[in-house]
Design a protein around this ligand. Structure first.
Ligand code: PAF
Length: 283
């Protein structure tokens, strides 16, 4: 198999995209930080089904990591990622160096004010500014017709929808369903950090969310649902729960007691050893 064509500069990326546009292509972008798993590949396949050309970006974005987080140790294997992307139907890999993305003198940050200070934002205060800035840049650089993001990072997807609407970016944002292992654990590049014994505990997060969704559907009070789910995750062997909250699916607003009529999403983050696991479920 010939290797996946790879470009590293904005100018090269734009040259390819311009050539595709001349052929009337419908172009999809799938932003990633690499360390690809089946969840990422499902994004590529979804993009492939909606577009005639698919470009994936691979950029471990330093600005979305806090100094105490795993930027340095984040798994990197571009050759493996490129092979997987090609097999999944990707046409082009855009893998810029940090200097291309953030040249000397770079001074602009995109901050989305809505729902970025709670949930992930409460634990990782600068995270969403880093995500919003790099995603805005990628969308401007590639100017795709559509871009695909995983629902596993549900709050991130919400932030990206907000920023594209607010900045009038002419791109359709598509959310792709979470892909899970057979025991329910949501696929994540950070699952690689789990020890064998932690891996056995990890599906407890999804099980707790399934039980919480069922309890909410049965009419249990929101606060009770949240408290029970937190107890169940800790009981399964997790070290700490950062949050388990019932939010409205569309605006991520807190849901009051008795708010059982509208679509909800239960979002969770919990710690197991050195790994932080995120998950969420639709109700
Ligand atoms: O979800 C991710 O992998 C990253 O946050 C993203 C969207 C590629 C931005 O760096």
């Amino acid at each position: 198999m010939t290797p996946l064509p790879t470009v590293r500069t904005i100018a090269e990326l734009r040259r390819r995209i311009t050539a595709w546009r001349a052929d009337d292509a419908r172009i999809a972008l799938v932003p990633t930080m690499g360390a690809l798993h089946d969840g990422h590949l499902s994004l590529i396949r979804l993009a492939r089904s909606r577009a005639t050309r698919v470009v994936a970006s691979l950029f471990v974005n330093p600005t979305q990591f806090a100094p105490t987080e795993d930027f340095q140790s984040y798994p990197r294997n571009e050759v493996r990622d490129a092979t997987l992307l090609k097999a999944a139907g990707c046409d082009l890999l855009y893998a810029p160096d940090p200097d291309e993305m953030y040249p000397d003198g770079f001074a602009t940050t995109v901050t989305v004010a809505a729902e970025t200070t709670s949930l992930e934002g409460a634990v990782r205060p600068d995270h969403f500014a880093g995500v919003a800035t790099v995603v805005a840049k990628l969308l401007i650089q590639a100017a795709p017709d559509l871009a695909v993001f995983g629902e596993k990072d549900y709050q991130q997807l919400h932030v990206i929808r907000r920023l594209t609407a607010d900045l009038n970016l002419a791109v359709e944002i598509i959310g792709a369903p979470i892909v899970r292992d057979s025991d329910g654990l949501a696929l994540s590049s950070r699952n690689a950090y789990l020890s064998a014994s932690e891996r056995l505990i990890a599906p407890g997060l999804h099980r707790a969310l399934e039980a919480a969704a069922a309890a909410l559907r049965a009419g249990m009070d929101v606060a009770e649902v949240e408290a029970e789910a937190i107890g169940s995750v800790l009981g399964a062997g997790f070290d700490a729960v950062d949050y388990i909250e019932v939010r409205s699916a569309d605006r991520l607003a807190r849901m009051g007691p008795g708010a059982h009529d509208s679509a909800a999403r239960i979002l969770a983050a919990a710690r197991l050893g050195r790994t932080r696991l995120l998950d969420n479920i639709h109700v």
